[in-house]
Design a protein around this ligand. Structure first.
Ligand SMILES: *Cc1c(COP(=O)(O)O)cnc(C)c1O
Length: 228
């Protein structure tokens, strides 16, 4: 268990080093601990270390852990997995952020179902930057239309873009994928959308993501160890 503390300290140091090397302020980069398949006790351990943002992929598993951890203050839950339409209501009720919106129908449901007493749901659009057929995410070609539509929805605040690039061991290739996401966000900003978030970088490529402007990095394995 002590290992989770050490891992969080190491990952935070990696982020700080990467930020410094990129000439960026480390405070612009927030760490999301991706806790899918990990038991609630591991999240509690991370919380005691000081971690507050957690990312989950599977709704029922996330709701179970949220119930178990209800006594911990300041937790911020990020939904980062594929979204089926019959899950939107619970996601809109139980999360602060959703990173994996990739179609208009899901966005409209999340907006309608966001409880009015909560602040708007903070949303990133997931982009298929490698144009892989098998992958979730809106294509770069369809992104501008989707972004303009989502930006009008009252229950949501469109914050930025998210991607999961094809895995690569080459730092240059990793950076090229993340650069495509950054350019896509810059193009949307030039069209008048006020976006400030690039959700990119995981255990194996967080340095490349920070070099290309990541503001939220999603790290699982290097914090919690292998998934169960
Ligand atoms: C599982 C997952 C992560 C974490 O990946 P690691 O390689 O374990 O750091 C990040 N983002 C998404 C969307 C995931 O599904």
């Amino acid at each position: 268990m002590q290992k989770i503390d050490e891992n969080l300290t190491k990952v935070t140091a990696r982020l700080q080093t990467a930020a410094r090397e990129a000439g960026r302020n480390p405070d612009e980069i927030q760490l999301i601990a991706v806790s899918k398949t990990q038991p609630a006790e591991s999240l509690a351990q991370a919380w005691r270390w000081g971690q507050r943002r957690f990312g989950e992929n599977y709704l029922q598993e996330a709701l179970d852990k949220q119930a178990q951890l209800a006594g911990l203050e300041g937790l911020e839950w990020h939904f980062i997995g594929p979204i089926q339409s019959n899950k939107t209501r619970a996601i809109a009720q139980h999360f602060a952020w959703v990173h994996s919106v990739d179609r208009d129908k899901i966005a409209r449901r999340l907006s309608e179902q966001r409880p009015p007493e909560l602040p708007p749901l903070q949303v990133c659009l997931q982009v298929n930057i490698d144009q892989e057929d098998s992958k979730a995410g809106v294509s770069l070609a369809e992104l501008p239309t989707l972004a303009q539509q989502v930006a009008t929805l009252p229950g949501l605040t469109l914050r930025g873009l998210m991607a999961i690039p094809a895995p690569s061991d080459s730092a240059a290739q990793q950076r090229a994928g993340f650069a495509r996401l950054r350019h896509a966000m810059e193009a949307l900003r030039a069209q008048g959308l006020s976006l400030d978030t690039l959700s990119m970088g995981m255990s194996g490529d967080l340095e490349a993501a920070v070099a290309e402007g990541a503001t939220l990095v999603r790290v699982g394995t290097d914090i919690f160890g292998p998934r169960r």
